[in-house]
Write a protein that binds this ligand. Sequence first.
Ligand SMILES: [Zn+2]
Length: 368
Amino acid sequence: MNVQELTHDLVAIPSVSRDTNKEVADRSEAALLEAGFSVERLLYIDDAGVEKFNLVGKKGDGQGGLGFFSHSDTVPGDEGWEPYAPRIADGRLYGRGSCDMKGPLSASIVAASQVNANDLKHPVFIGVTSDEEVGHAGAKQISAESATLAAAWPQFAVVCEPSLMTPVYAHKGAITIVVTAHGVAAHSSTDKGESANFKMAPFLVEMSELAKEFKSNPGYRNGEFDPPTNGFNMVINDGGTAANVTAAKSVCTVCLRSMPRSGSEAIERLILERVTAYGFEVQTFGHAVFYSDRDSTLARTACELTGHEQAITVPYGTEAVTYQNFAETIVMGPGNVAQAHTVGEYIELDQLDRAVDVYRRLIKKLCQ
Ligand SMILES: [Zn+2]
């Protein structure tokens, strides 16, 4: 089984998150079967009524073992290039999803294909999920519903998102708070209106004061992350109300990148208290922090195999936030995350080869 060929085949199948991923799931399933896996296929219907498929492959018997987790959906292809006509040039494979993350997925399948099932004392798992780019629905489904995983999760999990094959033990989470003030729209000449923006204004002043505090106070930092700050940000929207009309609605969205031991929960509480005091409408959402032991067996073994002194933190989010609840987890995959979501996305061919090599050796270390 050839990693360039498999990556090529998967990239050639469009699988933007809003569309069904059936075809790319079919091709992935065929590769898993060829690599000696038994495959569980899970279906769900997304909010738009579109069929989505998730796969959980297992190879070998026994308890514990090692799982590789990837997603099969991509962001849209965008214009100005041919996103689904994969091509190889300059030692790179170009195409949408080559780096994020059909190349990494292919590397995990090819690595596992090179290991004989009879030599495994502990099983190898491969998870292939949908809808990672739009809320991690696939990862949540396999975690909640996969019979294979429910029977026994692997002891170790590698999320194969691009990290240039550097082991990652933590990344930031996100907290988003949407605050809405309501007013009454009227032409300003009538004096009958009530501007939602004027209601919102004092709250905005408070947020700008807090922003200074969140940036300067060391209590809101965590030096393990780069940057060590929580990226507190605010955007405002009154729907483009004309200057001679009072705004019916004013929406302020604040968000921060949460980290452990950096007062993230305290910030959220503080903001929600102020929202309540003003009587505004509020919605909050976000995703958790991924944080594992930097010196875990998996992190240390991965460092040993890749020649890194220590696992690192990264600023981008992954499905590790889900898998960390079930297994000792790291993020480690081929390719540079700077390529993700770009026009002209590519993955270096030697990154793919290196991933196959490292993943295969990781399987041998942890499962044989
Ligand atoms: Zn990704």
